[in-house]
Design a protein around this ligand. Structure first.
Ligand code: NCD
Length: 308
């Protein structure tokens, strides 16, 4: 049986710890001169990316290749794919190749869940509109685990465009699942309606970051604001009031960001390059955790085959 990864809520704390353990092994593989293992030899992984992506797409592609899987990369623009029939047809077409895993990024919330109806492959949600981004959450958690040696009890403040961020949604739930203390810090216009249901403290001032261990910055998702009134007067204004520079970060604090970063908007260029920034560690952890995720999705199926 294959396992889908659609939401961070699909995973228990024990699952996440297991993924960390697998990732530790894959980090070790990444340090070798020959960085390839035969784990998924003969398996097919399709990366279906219907929204722009640099690091998530390249990270999944390299993860699948390092596990020796056959990989197909399909990239499309958001305009060529619409919900309903066309997504169904895309998945049914890909199903003819009998893939083992489809890693999917799509502009619409729930697209990856819908895809599970039309394929026997495991579906990994690599971002569905403003919905969820569970593999980002896992790589963030793994980065924190590697940096601090634990996650329990750490305080983290997520700053910025909470309104349109799938990363904020997945991370909030994942961080709490791993015992972290989460707060959101944003202008009132960048907080989604109904946020009270998330049961998380919200602050409208950067002072709320003073006592956190980790500051997690989010990118202003202007591409999702199409045609609507911008929630902040201008990026310049936003950066003046909400942008972070090294002077605003305390010595022991660490800074994270899912990327792509906008230097000079949510953080200054010198903060991005500062030792306290974990941004490039996140990318490194991302490759290892995505290898672990691909294996985790097929572990049940691999086990059944070896018993047969
Ligand atoms: C994030 C995304 O696509 O949701 N980026 C990523 O996966 N590396 C965050 C963002 O685009 O701001």
């Amino acid at each position: 049986m294959v396992m889908h990864l659609l939401s961070i809520d699909d995973l228990t704390r024990a699952d996440i710890e297991k993924l960390f353990q697998l990732s530790d092994g894959f980090l070790e593989v990444a340090a070798r001169p020959i960085k390839k293992v035969p784990t998924l030899r003969g398996r097919t992984v399709i990366n279906l990316f219907l929204e722009p992506s640099t690091r998530t797409q390249s990270s999944f592609e390299l993860a699948a290749k390092r596990l020796s899987a056959d990989v197909i990369n399909i990239k499309g623009t958001t305009s060529s794919v619409v919900k309903g029939e066309s997504l169904k047809d895309t998945i049914l077409t890909l199903e003819s190749y009998r893939p083992d895993i489809i890693v999917m990024r799509h502009p619409q919330v729930g697209a990856s869940r819908l895809a599970t109806r039309y394929t026997k492959a495991a579906i990994v949600n690599a971002g569905d509109g403003t919905g969820e981004h569970p593999t980002q959450c896992l790589l963030d958690l793994y980065t924190i685990q590697r940096t601090f040696g634990h996650t329990e009890g750490l305080k983290i403040g997520m700053v910025g465009d909470i309104l349109r961020s799938r990363v904020a949604r997945s991370d909030l739930f994942g961080f709490r699942k791993m015992g972290m203390d989460v707060r959101l810090v944003a202008p009132p216009t960048l907080v989604p309606p109904g946020i009270e249901e998330w049961g998380v403290p919200i602050y409208h001032d950067l002072e709320a970051l003073e006592e956190v261990d980790i500051i997690y910055l989010l990118r202003m998702q202007l591409e999702r604001a199409k045609g609507r009134v911008p929630p902040v007067p201008s990026l310049r204004e936003y950066s003046r009031r909400w942008g972070l520079s090294p002077a605003k970060v305390k010595p022991g604090q660490r800074v994270m960001h899912p990327g792509p970063i906008n230097r000079g908007v949510e953080l200054s260029g010198d903060l991005a390059d500062d030792d306290r920034s974990l941004i490039l560690h996140q990318v490194e952890s991302g490759l290892a955790i995505r290898m672990a995720i691909l294996l985790w999705c097929l572990a049940g199926a691999l086990g059944e085959e070896s018993e047969a």
